[in-house]
Design a protein around this ligand. Structure first.
Ligand code: PMT
Length: 224
């Protein structure tokens, strides 16, 4: 049996890939399957949390006994998360969010020409960065970072810039880690102490390890 150490805690988790339309039949997306985020949602639910799962595109079955909010684009995810943030105690952002979207999605299917096609892209909002700016005392923010080089340096920068309580950094170049795998190899990166490199483990086990960390932070800085 699982300890109910998150009973009544409102946890919002994002998962999966965002999808940015180019035209009615084409889009830009990434390799996230949602496995990591769905594992977190299930683990938090099993520990008694009131879970909201904001899911980008994923073929996984939505877990039961939680609020499930499907979204498609980064802008959709932005609105879904920002709307609920003030009612949330913990946010864990496992989703892989597109940093750019096609400047305007074409209304009709783009026709093949003879030369090259240049796609102009606009910046998407950085959801986590904005949550970091809006965060109130007692709210906990956990980010993920998918890196293919300089894992700990890049993660340390993100943890500071986005004002996170900690960040889960995964090196997506390692086998059995990152996108689509059943397991992950992660380092927990903190704003004010040395990172902790974890061994390879199933995503559900890593989810519980991340939630242990959240419980620890809540114990060390109680708000009431
Ligand atoms: O879904 P799986 O197949 O199981 O794969 C899991 C995973 C590899 C997707 C996951 O473990 C992971 O690393 N997720 C974060 C991927 C990512 O987009 O990292 P990033 O370094 O680009 O973003 C850093 C953080 O900022 C993330 O928490 C991200 O959700 C957030 N972000 C990024 C861009 C943006 N516009 N808004 C954001 O909030």
């Amino acid at each position: 049996t699982v300890k109910k150490d998150l009973a009544g805690v409102r946890v919002l988790i994002t998962a999966g890939a965002t999808r940015e339309d180019i035209d009615p039949v084409r889009f830009i997306t990434n390799k996230s399957t949602g496995k990591m985020g769905y594992a977190l949602a299930q683990a938090a639910r099993d520990r008694g949390a009131e879970v909201t799962l904001v899911s980008g595109v994923s073929h996984l079955k939505p877990p039961h006994d939680l609020e499930f909010i499907p979204v498609v684009s980064a802008i959709d995810m932005y609105h879904a998360v920002l709307q609920r943030f003030h009612l949330t105690d913990v946010v864990i952002k496992a989703a892989a969010v597109a940093d750019y979207r096609p400047k305007s999605a074409a209304e009709h299917k783009i026709k093949k020409g003879t030369g090259e096609l240049v796609l102009e892209m606009s910046r998407n909002p950085d959801i986590l960065l904005e949550l970091g700016q809006k965060k109130k005392a007692g709210q906990i923010l956990v980010g993920f970072a998918a890196e293919s080089q300089d894992l700990l340096e890049n993660a340390a920068q993100k943890v500071q810039k986005k004002k996170l309580d900690f960040l889960v950094a995964n090196d997506i170049t390692l086998p059995d880690a990152g996108f689509g795998t059943e397991t992950n190899i992660a380092a927990l990166v903190y704003p004010d102490c040395e990172p902790l490199c974890l061994p390879k483990m199933d995503k559900i086990k890593l989810a519980h390890r991340i939630l242990d960390e959240v419980v620890g932070i809540r114990k060390s800085s109680p708000i009431d």
